[in-house]
Design a binder for this molecule. Sequence first.
Ligand code: ATP
Ligand code: MG
Length: 289
Amino acid sequence: MSAPYDVPGATHVYSGKVRDLYDLPSGNLLMVASDRISAYDHALDPPIPDKGEILTRMSLWWFDQLSDVAPNHVVSTDVPEVVAGRGIEVERLDMVQVECIARGYLTGSGLFDYRESGVVSGITLPDGLTDGSRLPEPIFTPSTKAAYGGHDEPISYEQVAGMVGEELAASLRDLTLEVYARGEAIARAKGIIVADTKIEIGVRADGTLVLADELLTPDSSRFWPADQWEPGHAQPSYDKQFVRNWLTSPESGWDRVSDTAPPRLPDDIVEKTRARYLEAYETLTGETF
Ligand code: ATP
Ligand code: MG
């Protein structure tokens, strides 16, 4: 894993899988997106060049697009030179300890649970759905927030209510579904399907819910080219599905269920993944990186 940057005037306090957090003298936090990439709960090597900056720009674009849906944690993008472009000064929030996920399409762990039981996060879905099917309506499929190296487990809405109380649970569900609906519509108009997304919500001292971390990026969401959507098999995607496909192919030689670290990504997978992130950014925002 690449080491966090040495940022003058800031004190490194935490590193997640992808982002590093620093204390700032102002009392705010400095959140820095690294080029690290993770898949199947493993940090991978090497990093993807420019990924942190691409996803930071994309999140800022989304926070702006959705500013009427909910406030976000962004304070300023004026940060020390060494993290320029990838660092954001953010409001320090009390993070909700639930992964807030919305799904409009069925794939991944949702599809797995559906095939086992017909139920996803406590929601019974109709028969006959397949990989990539559009759901009758988007659903809230929360999961636990595992510590580094752990697995997030799906939980039902009722379990969330048991953890955080009825009132907050309802607010989390409603906000997650609204962010998804808005994001999905905006992306669709650009030819991208947002199949699902995970948002991280923080709480201000006065109880206001605030969008934090990253928003509607290919790391937190599944992005599919709309013109190639065809249920019945895995969809081509703009996200790290590309890296996942390679890791689980015979080529990588890696056994996912084993305890071993995944092999180093080959140069062409790194380059193609970078190109994919770039393409998603440019297609969505209409801006050139
Ligand atoms: P993943 O996103 O892959 O599930 P992760 O959230 O642990 O894992 P990162 O996103 O790399 O990994 O880490 C960023 C950390 O910063 C997370 O713990 C996130 O909850 C936290 N965070 C983000 N924004 C804020 C904020 N405004 N205030 C406090 N903590 C924040
Ligand atoms: Mg995160």
